[in-house]
Design a protein around this ligand. Structure first.
Ligand code: NAD
Length: 338
């Protein structure tokens, strides 16, 4: 079978990681990435051997900055079978017309609304519903981690109700513009936070309420999770269930923080320190008055990357079996190798 040709529109935190992950897959070909500025990321993309495309009005700026321009974004879109749009929140929506005109499949990220694609995706939750689709939205980092956790537990024991508090990193490590730098922000004040409805955009049957605060940190999010289940089970049952999923990682003994988790990623030799898995404190998994409790950390820059790969496989009908697609993605990226 011919490889599926993929273009990445927007080569920032998410785009550069998805580009590398596509490059690792046997059934996909990265035809190029797009950049709007000739900055260090564009230079690195070129060093990686990736074709760099640019909006037509930025061509001379890119060439002046020493970037060899492969063509316009339109050229990339016309050449691709599927575009992964990883432009900043709100920009992706504006690109839809371009994708429609070219008749190319497109994947948006969690910063866009569900309506842009009309379908929100998580590989553990609704892979089969993505098969053959033209448009898909891979949900945000927080929603991805919650969907993984909830759908795995729901399939086995039934989730009656879920309550989550999200302690969110305020910005990504390379982000020099966002804050706060000395505050904890109720975000939002009015409840629920958007994360609960976002989970429901993937798994509509789940009863979930979420609250969120933003903290002055760039490393990871933490979720405090509480669930009422439909069927009886023990903490060990939950521990054994989650241990079977390569996209769940029990944190090594002694780790009590996100900083140690990122140090672990470095020790594991992960590219860009990426922890693609839900990072769960196994000892936090417990029942209190019949309700399940646990704590997980989420590497916001990384966990959506394998989901984009599985979304491409489903949409382009490269693999109709969700587990087989996830295994291919995991193997190519090194997920679950600990
Ligand atoms: P980013 O700002 O790091 O990267 C966006 C890239 O798009 C930048 O390189 C920017 O130069 C480029 N760009 C801007 N306008 C463009 C245009 N018109 N055409 C082509 N490229 C353009 O953003 P990000 O953090 O990677 O976020 C991308 C999407 O992924 C958003 O929807 C975001 O909500 C979502 N997301 C982000 C994270 C995260 O933690 N960073 C996690 C999950 C999902």
């Amino acid at each position: 079978m011919d490889k599926v040709k993929v273009g990445i529109n927007g080569y920032g935190t998410i785009g550069k990681r998805v580009a590398d992950a596509i490059h690792q897959q046997e059934d996909m070909e990265l035809i190029g990435i797009s950049k709007t500025k000739p900055n260090y990321e564009a230079v690195m993309a070129q060093k990686m051997g990736y074709n760099v495309y640019t909006p037509s009005d930025k061509t001379s700026k890119m060439k002046d900055g020493g970037i060899k321009v492969a063509g316009t974004v339109e050229d990339m879109v016309n050449e691709a079978d599927v575009i992964v749009d990883a432009t900043p929140k709100g920009v992706g929506e504006k690109n839809k017309e371009l994708y429609e005109k070219a008749g190319v499949k497109a994947i948006w990220q969690g910063g866009e609304d569900h309506e842009v694609a009309g379908f929100s995706f998580n590989a553990d939750s609704n892979y089969n519903d993505a098969i053959g689709r033209d448009y898909t939205r891979v949900v945000s980092c927080n929603t991805t981690a919650l969907c993984r956790l909830i759908s795995n537990i729901d399939r086995e024991y039934g989730v009656k109700k879920c309550r989550v508090t999200l302690i969110r990193r305020a910005a990504d490590p390379s982000d020099i513009k966002k804050g706060p730098i000395n505050s904890i922000v109720a975000d939002p004040v009015k409840l629920p936070s958007h994360h609960g409805p976002d989970v429901q955009s993937v798994i509509p049957s789940i009863d979930i309420s979420t609250m969120a605060v933003k903290v002055p940190n760039t490393m990871m999010h933490i979720h405090t999770v509480n669930m009422e289940l439909k069927n009886d089970c023990s903490a060990d049952d939950i521990k054994n269930l989650l241990a079977e999923n390569p996209r769940m990682h029990y944190l090594e003994p002694g780790i009590t923080s996100t900083s140690e988790t990122m140090e672990l990623a470095r020790d594991l030799g992960r590219p860009r320190n990426d922890m693609w898995e839900n990072c769960i404190w196994e000892d936090s998994i417990d029942f209190y008055e019949g309700e399940l409790y646990l704590l997980q950390a989420v590497h916001q820059e990384a966990d959506v990357v394998p989901e984009n790969i599985d979304a491409i496989r489903a949409m382009c009908e490269l693999e109709k079996d969700a587990d087989k697609s996830k295994s291919k993605t995991n193997k190519a990226m090194g997920i679950g190798t600990k």
